[in-house]
Design a protein around this ligand. Structure first.
Ligand SMILES: Cc1cc2nc3c(=O)[nH]c(=O)nc-3n(C[C@H](O)[C@H](O)[C@H](O)COP(=O)(O)O)c2cc1C
Length: 306
């Protein structure tokens, strides 16, 4: 069974992905946070993030988000130009900034748009596509209807996060809805949602024995060794996990100091690194890492973790 690192805007940029791949590993494919086209323009920052030279040695699937073919066409063009043979279409983002424009999970309420985007993907024969979706925008009927549309197209697999868009991250992922969608789909299916331990991976794998893969997001931010632990069949001690986080930190901090401007930018990047790792870090030190406004103070706090 495959393990994928979910895209997390603001966290899993190319440097995080490369460092995770080198230090922790255990992942079959990494996904870029979505690339979008606003008013005909694609941000340089996003293009740099998916540039092959920024992703050496990492199996990367670039992800795009679009409200329809107008936005999708230029996105596919830059991905093809960069030399990729894979693309992932985001039909799951619940953030109002995106859904308000008809993108992400909002597209599930608009079957014609989904169909048109799938036709467009089909026209790009060199790109193999996958889709990442939720179970619906406002109801699970929308997810099931989308599955029927997707059945008419060739896809590598579909990843399903079984929550509705309107739930954002509230409530539990609905494994019954996931089962229904998986049964209706003719595609290989990947499960996504709230996986935080090797036991969680085993639980989902035994609920759905013919699953193609599991995609993990926040669980890997919190426990970068999670995929590796599962593959090795043994849980790491807190000490081993902290050692891995500190090695990732060392590399990420060095990169942040070299490339970002000013203490505040560096601190913001590093605080995002620690944010989901709260349970691994002593309470007082965590507070110091997250609150400090000076790099000297920050470095001292990190040293006290070693
Ligand atoms: C801060 C944040 C940013 C995210 N950015 C993206 C994104 O760019 N593309 C995407 O498909 N999903 C994005 N997601 C959703 C995750 O990929 C994933 O589907 C979700 O967090 C559920 O999985 P998890 O419980 O394993 O984290 C984001 C989620 C969070 C919390």
């Amino acid at each position: 069974m495959k393990l994928f690192f979910a895209p997390l805007q603001g966290y899993t940029d190319h440097i995080y992905r490369s460092i995770h791949n080198e230090v922790a590993g255990g992942i079959d494919e990494y996904f870029s946070p979505f690339v979008r086209c606003d008013g005909g323009t694609i941000r340089n920052k996003d293009l740099r993030d998916i540039a092959p030279e920024s992703n050496c040695g990492v199996a990367l699937v670039p992800q795009v988000i679009a409200a329809g073919t107008d936005e999708l066409v230029p996105l596919l063009a830059v991905i093809e130009q960069a030399g990729y043979s894979r693309v992932d279409l985001n039909l799951g983002c619940p953030f109002p900034l995106q859904t308000g424009r008809g993108r992400g999970v909002a597209a599930l309420a608009n079957p014609d748009k989904v169909e048109q985007m799938m036709q467009e993907l089909k026209r790009h024969g060199t790109l193999k596509a996958s889709v990442k979706m939720r179970s619906g925008f406002t109801s699970a009927d929308e997810g099931l209807k989308t599955i029927e549309i997707l059945n008419d197209f060739d896809l590598e697999y579909i990843t399903i996060h079984p929550r509705l868009g309107k739930q954002q991250y509230k409530g539990e992922p609905d494994s019954e809805v996931f089962r229904q969608m998986k049964e209706r789909s003719r595609h290989r299916t990947v499960y996504n949602g709230d996986i935080t331990s090797p036991d969680d991976i085993d639980r989902i794998a035994s609920l759905f024995p013919d699953l193609y893969g599991i995609m993990i997001g926040r669980g890997l931010l919190a426990r970068p060794t999670l995929a590796k632990e599962w593959r090795e069949g043994r849980e790491y001690s807190e000490g081993e996990r902290l050692a891995t986080s500190l090695e990732m930190h060392r590399r990420l901090y060095e990169y942040a100091c070299r490339t970002l401007q000013g203490d505040q930018q560096v601190l913001a990047r590093m605080q995002a690194f620690w944010e989901y790792q709260k349970p691994l870090v002593d309470k007082k030190i965590y507070k110091r890492l997250m609150k400090t406004a000076s790099l000297r103070n920050y470095e001292e706090a990190v040293r006290s973790l070693e």
